[in-house]
Write a protein that binds this ligand. Sequence first.
Ligand SMILES: [Fe+2]
Length: 349
Amino acid sequence: MPQTTFTDLCRGELELCGIGEGSTIAVLSQGNRKVDYVDAFLAAADQLGATGFNVRLPAVDSSLDGEDGIWEVGDTPLKGNRPAIEALKGVDLVVDTIFLLFSPEQMEIQESGTRVLLCIEPIEHIEAMQPSVRLRERVEAGAEMLGKAKTLRFTNEAGSDVTYQLGAYPTMTQYGYTDTPGRWDHWPSGFLFTGGADDGVDGKVVIAPGDIIFPFKSYVQTAIELTIERGRITKIEGGVDADLLREYMASFNDPDAYGISHIGWGMLETAQWSILAHDRRGMGMHGRSFYGNVLFSTGPNGELGGPNETFCHVDVPMRNCTLYLDNEPIVVDGEIVVDVLKADLPVGV
Ligand SMILES: [Fe+2]
């Protein structure tokens, strides 16, 4: 059997996105970056009978290439480029290789009914974490539960015990493709999340050794104990890792840096926890999507429609947690325990 090429992967992805005969796609890029992604998507679109083109913007020296990530998202190279924005609004699907996330330009494109697929991760990561209709079903089943719940509580053996009052914000899904008008997704990913009420998160989060901190892209070595009162971090205690996090958050000189952001859990059984030990490229979709993780996060909640717009955004995938919705266990010690949410797990040693 011939080797699978990236074009093959893109064709499968576009099919999941509902692209076929008569569809239109635009691949957004800047400068000479991600040329292989542009070529693969356009070839795949052509194979499917779709009409594709590349919107190529001048390269802007910024952190928008995905290596630095969403915590520094600001102005995009699309800002003020009206003809390019209009071209993107005119297609069924925009493949975004420059990282438009949370920009007004992306909002405008989505509001026109165009769906947006972010694709910026290393090809090997994309290949390792292929989406499927089954993943979507499981993520959407989780979203239905999360959307109905009034409280979310999670604990771990390190001493976490924190409760989120839900209902103020919508539930968001990421399953790695989008065939819904106006909907955004990120290939690859597999998780879901919502946010607690702005003053409705209380308790302790103890980030345990082995848990991951983004943007540091590192595994915590010494426990970090966060005290959270009425939706704000009021204390950061522990050893060297606590010192690093405390100083990082203080460097923004912004009280909103201490707000609590999205909360949810990972659903993608092919995501690898250990990836950062040998491959630090990309935005960390392995850790964020890891099956049975709890993805705890601090800072902005504008993505959910909230008022916190701080630039200090910390994502913390945590292992071995127990997560309850309205006191019903969903994840126990890092294992998903609700049948409709469970994946067929690969066999390990
Ligand atoms: Fe985040």
